[in-house]
Design a protein around this ligand. Structure first.
Ligand code: PMP
Length: 384
C-alpha cells in the first residue's frame, strides 16, 4: 500500500461552528468534506438532549437489547423514526454499516424460512460497500444492474421471474460518491410488477432532502435505511419497514442480536435532531444547501470540469487519475479547503474525484472562494 501511495491515515481535525475544521497546529480548513450536511453535530439542542438522556438512561446501554431490554427513550424514538419514514415500525442499529450488513442476510434467511428457497438479490452497481458486505454475509452473489438503469433491472427481474425465493432489490436514494438520485417511483413500479422487495438506503437523503427532511423513499420502498451519522449529525442508523420485517430483523439480524444497543446519549441527540427537522430554521437550511449546491455545480461546469450526474449536496469534481486527484486535493488544502480525493476502490479507476460537500453552515462567499481556488488549481494544470 505504501509503495502504491495508497496508505491512508486519519489526522486530528476538530469541528468548529463556523464551518472550519481545526488542525492540531491550530490552523483551520473550511469543511467541504464531512457528511454533517446541516451542521447539527455542534447544535446546542442536540448536545443538551444528549446530556439529558445520559443523565436519565446512562452513557451506555448495558447490553444487547434482547438481553437487558431497551430504555424507554429508544422505544419512543423508534416510533418517531417510523413516523418520519411513514412505516409501521423502525429498528435502531449502531451504524449504517451494521444495519446494511445485517439486513441483507436477515432477509435472505427470511426467504429460506418462509419460501423455502434462497433469496435472489438485485443490486444497483453503485450501492454502498456495507450492502455488498451484507450480500457476502448471506453467501449470495448479487445480480448487478447498471447504475440507475430501471429498464436493466426490469430485464433481470423478468429473467428470474420463475426462480423461487424472495426477490430483493438494493439501491440508494442518493448515491454517496456521485450525488445523484435514484428514480424511486420507477423502481417502485418495476418492483411491484415483479413482486420484488425494494430496499432503499437513504443515508444521504435523510434529514436533508424531501418534505421536512424525511428523505425521498416515502411510500415507495418496502424497507428504508436511514442513518443518524450524516444530516442528523450523530452516529447510528435505523431500518424502517413493516412490523413483521422489523420483528424479523430483531430476531434474526446478527448485528442486532449480538451487539450492544447504541448509547442513549447519542439517541437523545437524534431525538433532538428529529424535533428540529420540520422547523422553519432547518427548512431554510435545506433550501440554502440546495442553492449553494446548484451554484457550485454551475461554476465548476463553467470551468469545463465534470460534476457527473450530481443533483444534490454531494458534488463530485471528476478529474480522472489518482495522482491528479491527490494533487488537486493537496492544492485545495493549501488554499484552506478540505475537499478530499476519492480513489479506487471507492470509485472505479479513472473516476477519481474531489468529493465536495455543501453544508448549511457555508456562506455563498465561502463557495465562491472555493471556486476561485479551484480555478487556480486548473490554471496550474493539475486537473488538465
Ligand atoms: N450507506 C451509505 C450510502 C453510506 O454512504 C454510508 C457511510 N458512508 C453508510 C451506509 C454507512 O453508514 P455509517 O457511517 O452510519 O456506518
Amino acid at each position: 500500500m505504501t509503495e502504491q501511495g495508497r496508505l491512508r491515515t486519519s489526522r486530528s481535525l476538530d469541528p468548529r461552528a463556523d464551518a472550519q475544521l481545526v488542525r492540531a497546529d491550530g490552523t483551520a480548513l473550511v469543511d467541504f468534506s464531512s457528511n454533517d450536511y446541516l451542521g447539527l453535530r455542534l447544535h446546542p439542542l442536540l448536545r443538551d438532549r444528549a446530556a439529558e438522556w445520559g443523565a436519565r438512561y446512562g452513557v451506555g446501554s448495558g447490553a444487547s437489547r434482547l438481553v437487558s431490554g431497551t430504555c424507554s427513550g429508544a422505544v419512543q424514538l423508534e416510533a418517531r423514526l417510523a413516523g418520519l419514514k411513514g412505516t409501521e415500525a423502525a429498528c435502531i442499529f449502531s451504524s449504517g454499516w451494521q444495519a446494511n450488513a445485517t439486513l441483507v442476510p436477515a432477509l435472505a434467511r427470511l426467504s429460506a424460512a418462509v419460501l423455502g428457497a434462497p433469496a435472489v438479490i438485485f443490486a444497483d452497481k453503485l450501492i454502498h460497500a456495507s450492502l455488498y458486505q451484507g450480500c457476502a454475509a448471506a453467501g449470495i452473489q448479487p445480480l448487478r444492474f447498471r447504475h440507475n438503469d430501471v429498464a436493466h433491472l426490469a430485464t433481470l427481474l423478468e429473467k428470474y421471474a420463475d426462480t423461487p425465493g424472495l426477490k430483493i432489490v438494493l439501491t440508494e436514494s442518493v448515491f454517496s460518491m456521485d450525488g445523484d438520485r435514484a428514480d424511486l417511483p420507477a423502481l417502485a413500479a418495476v418492483c411491484r410488477a415483479h413482486n420484488a422487495f425494494l430496499c432503499v438506503d437513504e443515508a444521504h437523503a435523510t434529514g436533508i432532502l424531501g418534505e421536512n427532511g424525511r428523505g425521498l423513499a416515502h411510500g415507495l420502498a418496502d424497507l428504508v435505511v436511514g442513518t443518524f451519522s450524516k444530516a442528523l449529525g450523530c452516529m447510528g442508523a435505523f431500518v424502517a419497514s413493516s412490523n413483521p420485517v422489523c420483528q424479523w430483523l430483531m430476531n434474526s439480524g446478527s448485528g442486532y442480536i449480538f451487539s450492544t444497543a447504541p448509547s442513549p446519549m447519542v439517541l437523545g441527540a437524534v431525538d433532538a435532531a428529529l424535533d428540529l427537522l420540520p422547523t422553519p430554521e432547518l427548512e431554510q437550511t435545506r433550501t440554502h444547501v440546495a442553492a449553494l449546491s446548484a451554484l457550485l455545480r454551475a461554476q465548476v461546469q463553467g470551468m469545463g470540469l465534470d460534476t457527473g450526474p450530481s443533483s444534490t449536496q454531494i458534488v463530485p469534481i471528476i478529474v480522472g487519475g489518482e495522482q491528479t486527484a491527490l494533487q488537486a486535493a493537496q492544492a485545495m488544502e493549501q488554499a484552506g479547503f478540505l475537499t478530499v480525493a476519492i480513489r479506487p476502490p471507492t470509485v472505479p479507476p479513472g473516476g477519481c474525484r474531489l468529493r465536495v460537500v455543501l453544508h448549511g453552515f457555508h456562506t455563498q462567499t465561502q463557495v465562491l472562494t472555493l471556486v476561485d481556488a479551484l480555478r487556480n488549481v486548473v490554471r496550474q494544470g493539475v486537473t488538465a
